[in-house]
Design a protein around this ligand. Structure first.
Ligand code: TRP
Length: 77
């Protein structure tokens, strides 16, 4: 169950710069596996949190991540 800390946790944003950007959620816990793949098309934005199910994410394709660690493009132009 999601506790308050999880639900109120930090959000970050993925902004797709091309079609078919993949956001791949990876499991929390002793086994690290993909558990979710989301496809974003150019101009689409996803706002997401890390949760008790998701501890890491892999982003494939051209996108910009807006996080508390800064604004991170997946590729340098
Ligand atoms: N059901 C997933 C979870 O609660 C949804 C999710 C949260 C997710 N953050 C994500 C999926 C980041 C992909 C990427 O963990």
């Amino acid at each position: 169950m999601a506790d308050t800390t999880t639900v109120l946790g930090e959000y970050f944003i993925i902004r797709a710069l091309e079609n078919g950007v993949q956001v791949i959620g990876m499991t929390r816990g002793s086994e690290t596996k993909f558990h979710h793949t989301e496809k974003l098309d150019r101009g689409e934005v996803m706002i997401a949190q890390f949760t008790e199910h998701t501890s890491a994410m892999k982003i494939r394709g051209r996108a910009i991540l807006y996080t508390k660690h800064g604004t991170i493009p997946t590729v340098e132009d």
